[in-house]
Design a protein around this ligand. Structure first.
Ligand code: AMP
Ligand code: MG
Length: 483
């Protein structure tokens, strides 16, 4: 029996920011992947999710008692241009549950059919992108990055038409909320300051409860989101992660990474690595992510001005600007902490920036593998340079850098470094290989990859093939949006 105790605050409190909606009936829903551990965290019975009623919910076909399926409305800047009307064009918020830790979580579907926000789209998702989001999202979680999670991937039994006919699927995604910068922009664009205030208070209750009821809470909200997003992007950078589509509708209020569409991980280090086919100007390249997060937060600030200073929003500008102006400093601190940990420096200070930048310069000089080169620092800290030299021997200045670094690290460095430098990341060629096999009806490669990625900081026998960069024949990697 599928029994879920929903408590749907968004549906109750955020009228005007959604349309009640139902999913499309999937002709032949079939469970492809079920995240039993996450189901358990959510207080859901994994076996009930496998029942016909569970499959109906997870495919969007029919909802259990207590669900309040709806399509969320939002706006957003996409590649810098403002779209006042986006919204869940192929997604549904099923409802909210309180997990075992007491945290409110959204259960959300992607690929569940057309909605009033679909514009020209078909409302569907193909198997490949659904599995990609499943794999990368779960990998990010295991790597310690705040992120939406994947609860299940369900095949619909339908064919989805992209360039070629593809199997259709639905992703069941879990997040602490789906509030975005674009949610606020939707209401500002309509001049609806009353709802904007309700949304800000709702976001505060859900994500920044310490601010609730306080006088300066709207500026506090801006500060809170800015802090979390700056810290998040520092984590992305320290893992060589390129999100690929940092539009304001993909920028969460919770500080969780969302929407694994055209994302990719760097193999050979290039500070301006770019993978997305539609990003012609390189707006969302690896090295631009810290700049773009400030840009996105400035868009959030604009929406909060009328709440911070209702009589004259311009009066709020100096305070809001101070928060935005401080983002690069907060990012730099978070970056220094993350990269310092990767180098085994316990409490990195300003003077360690040169060591961090120096190592990255060595990587860039020879396009060394980002993940493996950092991991090779662990034996190097213990005196064995071999693995590091295998990656960086051709880089001029390696010896000088090594000498400086050795004089800076303490005896326990290697232990700490092992939890900052992963062995396994969802490398592009591994993800593509898994998706290709899945499209041929074989999910074994995906399951094996998920296994490798589930404990990314521990090397395990049998997973050697999951460690290294793409073989030479893989070629330059290109990702696609709007899938
Ligand atoms: P994304 O790039 O996935 O963040 O999506 C941007 C916007 O396009 C959102 O409003 C999505 O709901 C919408 N969208 C993306 N793919 C589809 C699709 N196949 N059908 C309908 N809407 C879509
Ligand atoms: Mg999106």
């Amino acid at each position: 029996m599928l029994q879920i105790r929903f408590d749907n605050t968004y549906a109750r409190e955020m009228e005007g920011l959604y349309v009640p909606w139902q999913g499309l009936k999937a002709p032949a829903p079939e469970m492809l992947l079920l995240n039993r551990a996450l189901a358990d965290d959510l207080g859901l019975d994994p076996d009930a999710l496998l029942s016909p009623a569970g499959l109906d919910m997870l495919s969007g076909s029919a909802m259990p008692e207590g669900a309040h399926p709806l399509a969320m409305a939002y706006a957003g800047h996409q590649f810098g241009g403002f779209s006042p009307q986006l919204g869940d064009g192929r997604a549904l918020l099923v409802g909210e549950v309180i997990d075992r830790a007491g945290t409110r979580r959204d259960i959300h579907l992607k690929g569940s059919g057309r909605t009033p926000f679909s514009r020209g789209g078909d409302g569907k998702a193909a198997l490949g992108p659904v599995l990609r989001e499943y794999i990368v999202g779960e990998a990010m979680h295991a790597l310690g990055v705040p992120t939406t999670r994947a609860l299940a991937a369900v095949a619909t039994g339908e064919t989805v038409y992209r360039e070629t006919p593809l199997p259709g699927a639905v992703l069941a995604r879990v997040a602490t909320s789906h509030l975005r910068v674009g949610s606020f922009q939707f209401l500002l664009a309509r001049g609806d300051h009353a709802r904007l205030r309700r949304l800000a208070d709702y976001a505060i209750d859900r994500h920044y409860p310490d601010l609730a009821g306080q006088d300066g809470r709207y500026l506090g909200l801006l500060q809170g989101v800015a802090d979390r997003q700056a810290a998040l992007v520092a984590q992305w950078m320290a893992l060589g992660f390129v999100h690929g589509v940092m539009n304001t509708d993909n920028c969460t209020i919770s500080g969780e990474t969302i929407d694994y569409g055209p994302c990719a991980f760097i193999d050979g280090y290039d500070p301006q690595a770019l993978f997305s086919s539609i990003d012609q100007t390189g707006r969302y390249a690896y090295g631009n992510q810290p700049v773009l997060i400030q840009w996105n937060l400035a868009r959030l600030a604009e929406t909060l001005l009328p709440l911070i200073a209702p009589k004259n929003p311009e009066d709020a500008l100096p305070d809001a600007r101070a928060v935005i102006d401080a983002i690069p400093r907060h990012y730099a601190e978070a970056r220094r902490a993350r990269f310092g940990a990767k180098l085994g420096i316990a409490a990195p200070g300003q003077r360690d920036e040169a060591l961090i930048d120096g190592f990255l310069a060595l990587l860039a000089e020879v396009q060394a593998d980002f993940t493996q080169s950092f991991r090779a620092l662990i034996p190097a800290a213990g005196g064995d340079d071999g693995p590091l030299r295998a990656h960086l021997d051709a880089a001029k200045g390696l010896d000088g850098w090594l000498a400086q670094w050795r004089s800076r690290i303490g005896p326990g460095a290697a232990v700490a470094m092992a939890s900052a430098n992963p062995v396994y990341i969802p490398r592009n060629h591994l993800v593509e290989g898994a998706l290709a096999d899945a499209n041929d009806g074989n999910l074994d490669t995906t399951r094996r990859l998920l296994d490798a990625l589930s404990s990314p900081y521990t090397r395990r026998d049998g997973f050697e093939a999951h460690e290294g960069p793409a073989p030479a024949g893989f070629g330059p990697y290109v990702t696609f949006c709007g899938t």
